[in-house]
Design a protein. Structure first.
Length: 159
C-alpha cells in the first residue's frame, strides 16, 4: 500500500469579514512543510477553502492519495455531499466563493482526495498548529488582497 500525503488546514478571519488568514501543514514520508498567508479583507469560509487549495497546488506529485484533515464543515460537506458539483452545474448561481470553488475543482481533479473532519479548538495537534498559523497570518503586516472577495463587494454580486 502506498503512503498518503497528509494535509491539515485551517482558516481564520478577524471580524468575518475582516483580516483573515490560512494555515496548512503538508506531511509526506517524514517531511513536513507549513504554509500560511494573510489577507486584508476576507471571510473565514474563504480562508478554510483557500488553505486546501494552496496546499493542493503546492504538491509536486499526484501519485499518492491525499488525506485532508480540516475543521470546516462548509468545505467538507460541500465536497463529500457533492453539493459543489451541483453548484458548478448551475454556474454557482446564488452561491458565494465561486472563484475559489472553481479553483478547487480545477486542482482537485488531479488527485485522489479523502477528507477527515476534526472538531476545531479541541486539542488536535495539527489543527491547533494550523489555527495558530492562520491567526498569525491574519494579524501580520504582510496582508494580501483577496481579489475575488473584494471584487465581489465592488460589483455587489454574490460569488
Amino acid at each position: 500500500m502506498s503512503p498518503n500525503i497528509e494535509i491539515f488546514t485551517d482558516g481564520a478571519a478577524k471580524g468575518n469579514p475582516g483580516n483573515g488568514g490560512y494555515g496548512a501543514i503538508l506531511r509526506f514520508q517524514g517531511k513536513v512543510k507549513e504554509l500560511a498567508q494573510g489577507y486584508r479583507l476576507t471571510t473565514n469560509n474563504r480562508m478554510e477553502l483557500m488553505a486546501i487549495i494552496v496546499a493542493l497546488e503546492s504538491l509536486k506529485t499526484n501519485k499518492f492519495p491525499v488525506v485532508i484533515t480540516s475543521d470546516s464543515k462548509y468545505v467538507i460537506d460541500a465536497v463529500q455531499k457533492k453539493w459543489v458539483f451541483e453548484w458548478q452545474k448551475k454556474g454557482f448561481k446564488g452561491k458565494k466563493n465561486s472563484d475559489l470553488w472553481n479553483r478547487y475543482l480545477k486542482v482537485a481533479v488531479n488527485f485522489q482526495i479523502s477528507f477527515r473532519w476534526v472538531r476545531g479548538h479541541n486539542g488536535h495537534p495539527e489543527n491547533e498548529r494550523c489555527d495558530y498559523l492562520a491567526v498569525q497570518a491574519a494579524e501580520s503586516n504582510n496582508l494580501l488582497i483577496d481579489v475575488g472577495y473584494e471584487n465581489s463587494l465592488e460589483s455587489n454580486t454574490l460569488l
